[in-house]
Design a binder for this molecule. Structure first.
Ligand SMILES: Nc1nc2c([nH]c(=O)n2[C@H]2C[C@H](O)[C@@H](COP(=O)(O)OP(=O)(O)OP(=O)(O)O)O2)c(=O)[nH]1
Length: 147
């Protein structure tokens, strides 16, 4: 059995808004929006990976919060986990330095306005629900299985 490799996605909040990042590569994902983040490296903790990826991709100094319960399958062997995060005081504002070509801070109501990667739709919906925020145009609630 293949051991899953975790991709951490950051639900980075600032002033009640969530950061969405538009991928610039690879070609099949370019133009779609995601939670910034990346693969957890061997021996690395997920929260350390989150801080590293946000520094590399966005140039920010982030503080990890809590893991959002749940796991979303990506192409094998990857699975997406989501952690909340916020900017540490004094952090630079995020810039699309690597992997992205546009960033948007979205109010919960605006989260349906961007074309998220498929797996990010349930992940963002779950994140908002977990934080007690409205899901906006992300639409319907999760199915009866609640997964
Ligand atoms: N970072 C991130 N990746 C996601 C999300 N949703 C989703 O399907 N993916 C996919 C896209 C990629 O195939 C994979 C993560 O790759 P990545 O390119 O962000 O990771 P990385 O920075 O560690 O990549 P690299 O070192 O191999 O270049 O997971 C998401 O919300 N955030």
């Amino acid at each position: 059995m293949t051991v899953p490799i975790v991709v951490v996605g950051a639900a980075l909040f600032d002033g009640g808004r969530l950061l969405a990042a538009r991928r610039s590569a690879p070609a099949d994902l370019a133009g779609r929006w995601e939670l910034p983040g990346g693969k957890v490296e061997p021996g690395e903790t997920p929260d350390a990976a989150l801080v590293r990826e946000l520094r590399e991709e966005l140039g920010v100094d982030a503080e990890p919060g809590e893991r959002v319960p749940g796991e979303w399958p990506l192409r094998p062997p990857y699975v997406l986990h989501v952690w909340t995060a916020r900017l540490r005081p004094g952090s630079a504002a995020p810039e699309p330095l690597q992997d992205h070509d546009e960033l948007r801070w979205l109010t919960p109501e605006e989260t349906g306005d961007v074309d998220w990667l498929d797996q990010d739709v349930p992940a963002v919906r779950r994140t908002l629900a977990h934080l007690g925020l409205p899901g906006g145009a992300l639409g319907r609630t999760e199915g009866p299985a609640g997964r």
